[in-house]
Design a protein around this ligand. Sequence first.
Ligand SMILES: Cc1ncc(COP(=O)(O)O)c(C=O)c1O
Length: 410
Amino acid sequence: MDLEANPDQADFRAASRICSVGVSKILQIGARAAAMKREGLPVIVLGAGEPDFDTPDNVKEAAKAAIDHGATKYTALDGTAELKRAVAEKFRRENGVDYAPDEITVSAGAKQVLFNAFMASLDPGDEVIIPTPYWTSYSDIVEICGGVPVLIPCDAQAGLRLGAEQLEKAITPKTRWVLLNSPSNPSGAAYAEADYRPLLDVLLRHPSVWLMVDDMYEHIVYDGFRFVTPVAIEPRLKSRTLTINGVSKAYAMTGWRIGYAGGPKALIKAMAVIQSQSTSCPCSVSQAAAVEALTGPQEFLVARQDSFRRRRDLVVSGLNAIDGIDCRTPEGAFYTFASCGGLIGRTTPSGKRIESDSDFTDYLLETVHVAVVPGSAFGLSPYFRISYATSAAELEEALTRISSACDRLV
Ligand SMILES: Cc1ncc(COP(=O)(O)O)c(C=O)c1O
């Protein structure tokens, strides 16, 4: 390009490390839905990855007090001493796992924890095993950090959970990490102790493979499901496991950007090196708020869980009443991941054949103005994800519209 002729038009050349990472389908759908809303169309968006509750008042008050008391400066690199103590106490109280302060890191969200961990540990070509469907950021972060995501499709018959044989087969000399997420975004599937045990046995036989677990939705589980984190089941894996969690989902604090993890000292130290050259430290005020979230009253979590469970039941039964859709009942999180396999091959009133889950979700958005995310965005088709973190009235309206759209397919 002739820069003298076009001084405002210089070509931008993106670094090769982000070339394979596109704008996520979720963001694309969100942008399209927002544009349709601006045009005045009555769009219902069931894509949000955040609770519709507000941050608890005691947490907000703690943040205001922190500002008033001068907690407005840089903090210790990977978390204040108070927050590390609160995190250590949380791990002890809720998970039965002991982490010392130098085995704990705090970052700007669990996403930054994941980023720091992969950035600090992956060399080019190192493999990370990710059961599929998976939260899209996992594979993107691995790729940005030079790693190779190894995506293993999970079987609907196995409740969309990874099996021990699948894990054993996927491990190669290049495997660095296995990344497990329970309850899962996008499927809501969760691993009970009995589901984890065979996987942990496989890992015991492969001492060079490390385990990363994302427990972000720990507090959103239903029907008496007993949440357990792998290190509590198998302490022999503690020296090579990173246990990730955060306040975003349980405490409705997505915007505060606080996530944390417990893990072996050497890894935590390496992650701090990455953090020191990116964000320096997590937000001081948010850390004070997170201390209150973790140490303050916890009773409201049960009421919120109950509210999510009622909405889960509404969506699961509404979807299963539609011919061509099959929805398993998720154990946790606030998503359903339903199969639309029975609709593939049908034709829309305008004569278009539904060939894939994204054809189906496009059809829903275009004709009945309901925005949901196709399974292909999470690596498994033909499915679609609904986030039910919205009002029951809106969910009922969305289900009525989806049902009528499906009725019109022939
Ligand atoms: C499974 C999972 N892990 C981690 C995160 C990131 O959470 P945070 O807000 O702490 O970065 C999300 C957010 O959607 C998620 O779904």
